[in-house]
Design a protein around this ligand. Sequence first.
Ligand code: SUG
Length: 445
Amino acid sequence: MSTRSQEVNFDGLVGPSHNYSGLAFGNVAATKHSGAISSPRQAALQGLEKMWALHEMGMVQGVLPPQERPDVRLLRQLGFSGKSDGDILRQAAKEAPHLLASAASAASMWVANAATISPAADTADGKTHFTPANLSHMLHRSIESRITGRILQAIFAGDSYRHHAALPATPRFSDEGAANHTRLCSSYDSAGVELFVYGSREQGGPQPQKYPARQALEACQVIARAHGLNPAKTVFAQQNPQAIDAGVFHNDVIAVGNLQLLFYHELAFLGTDLLRRELDRASGETLDYIEVAASEVSLDEAVNSYLFNSQLIARPNSTGATLIVPTECRETASVYAYLQKLEAGDNAIKEVRYFDLRQSMNNGGGPACLRLRVVMSEAQQQALDANVLLNEALYGQLRQWVEKHYRDELSPSDLADPSLLNECRTALDELSQLLRLGSVYDFQR
Ligand code: SUG
């Protein structure tokens, strides 16, 4: 059996409780849309359309399920009680609506924050390593890692994988997963350079003044150690605090890399020249860099358009890279002008494709937030028991599933409606059968 590896993009399906609650301080779009009416159905269909388009472009596309929300277990843990789940939701809505909003968030859709993954070619034991992100920085995201770990273990089962526990949930080990992790390599089968980008570290140093840094250096170091990475091919870099203060809460809002190419904003990192030298040294060659100058696209324009929250993909049988961007990039004049120049110019990015992901974008999550990259050999792909790789049949079934179970509109006051919880459970029960996941949710156990 061939061992040729590919990068599989697993996209998170948007959950039935998708809403705008303004829970993510430092995430400019999410804060701006706080209290707005959402459309869970549209959100899920927009995500599915992107998945299908990538499949049609020749990519191997996977899907990850959403989580059960509202999370009544969390509300019980926070002291709400009652005879039924409905009582608990009502009590929380009355006494602490912000806690109910945290329990109801559909944020698990942004699977770039689900875990950090090191492919087999990079690790000492030759296995693919997973560490679910603790997302300990914010309550509504901290509740994801337990079930994320369960889902990842259900899908990536067998001897070629190693699953680690999430890191201790303290500020020192605050971890937001693959959104702050980039792998550069000459081919997916060869050992790559793993770049970890952090916002804070125990020893202090430059810090953002306005918004919090979410990724700790110490978390990156633990993951690199636990995954058995070669220190000579592991690079740690600090996010520019100025970027965090402009709304770059994850590094994937300001940089994206694939194969030998790193596409980033001039103000993404602290000490960019040194970083490039380190990356070249670690990879043993001169990598390809496309740096966007602040004079061409300002930090604010980059954050508003999500230019860098794009997917950089290598389509099979095509020489250059393709950039998958949100349609917001057309609406920001400087960004659109830049992209047109890029597409026409002589560089590694040959094609730019625009996608309407407005529902997720309004919560601060663009194309790259919605996907988790897993380098998999053909043998690993063929050995998957779960039905998670998209094909025409599964795409059709998922569309129908969304049409059947999702509401067209949701306002923050609907989160206390006990039927929303029931709808979510019914939908997830059906989905877990469709995807052949087994009983991954608490309500199924
Ligand atoms: O953690 N938004 C998410 C968006 C995550 C985007 N992911 C990546 N960049 N990889 C966050 O800030 C908003 C929820 C709300 O306000 O309802 C939220 O959590």
